[in-house]
Design a protein around this ligand. Sequence first.
Ligand code: ATP
Length: 292
Amino acid sequence: MSEAADNLVQLTRAGIQKSGSWLVRGVDLTVSPGEIVTLIGPNGSGKSTTAKMALGIHKPTEGFAVRRHGLSVGYVPQKLSIDWTLPLNVKRFMRLTNPLSDAECMVALERTGAARLVGEEMRTLSGGELQRVMLARAIARSPDLLVLDEPVQGVDYAGEIAIYSLISEIRKTIGCGILMISHDLHVVMAAADQVVCLNGHVCCRGTPSDVSRDQNYHQLFGTRAGGALAVYEHDHDHVHLPDGRVRHSDGTVCDHCPGEHDHTHEAHGISGGQPSDETAPHKRVAGGVADA
Ligand SMILES: Nc1ncnc2c1ncn2[C@@H]1O[C@H](COP(=O)(O)OP(=O)(O)OP(=O)(O)O)[C@@H](O)[C@H]1O
């Protein structure tokens, strides 16, 4: 079987023109099973339009969009067109477009950590809860391809990390390919296998570290780019030495320290250099998000 035939979706020189203007043009893109591809770019750069070409919602004006035969897709759109004044609980929402059994609803909600919300009114959910419910609805039928348009909107920073971790877990358990859109640069870059940076056309592309070093990426995002490709660092005010002792930031060393050490969690750009010796702060990737 050819490589192309293994792809869930493939865009080739794809573009969309409306009223004489190109919304996006010349996009080459593939998503394979188990792969996370992230579209980044400023507002209006064509991310949603590109995703909609991949989904088949928009037909390319030029180029091609090819989906694998019989492809099943789960989609979390950027906006829901729901009248929030009407009563609608989570279970009914899950079934709006999907004839799911109670058990199927619960399995999907459990997978996204939202089972306790099943009887809640949609309009009362927090940003993070809403995203988990939308994810549950999208994965309820174990799709081959999951398309997520801004999956962390309305979610605070800690919640973002949890959601990206969940997305990474979903990719592993379901084995689906994921096309994800974000204009956030920080954690999302580290969560992807491939990054496609759009600005009406493909500005640059590659692995997260390729893109973070690309001149075009830096020109597009300026100073924001420097802090991108964030991994979730766990910084300590102290260093654990190889012999088990602890050295504090003031240079003092002790054999055993009672009480808690101060730990802070921050996102840092990978380009800032990798810690390499025992003096480096402990470092881990947020929730295993960057695990390929
Ligand atoms: N149906 C349409 N008709 C005309 N123009 C459109 C249509 N849909 C999108 N556009 C325009 O195409 C451009 C790309 O829009 P798109 O929604 O794809 O961008 P985006 O990168 O997803 O933006 P954002 O980050 O703000 O969500 C924008 O200038 C938008 O106004």
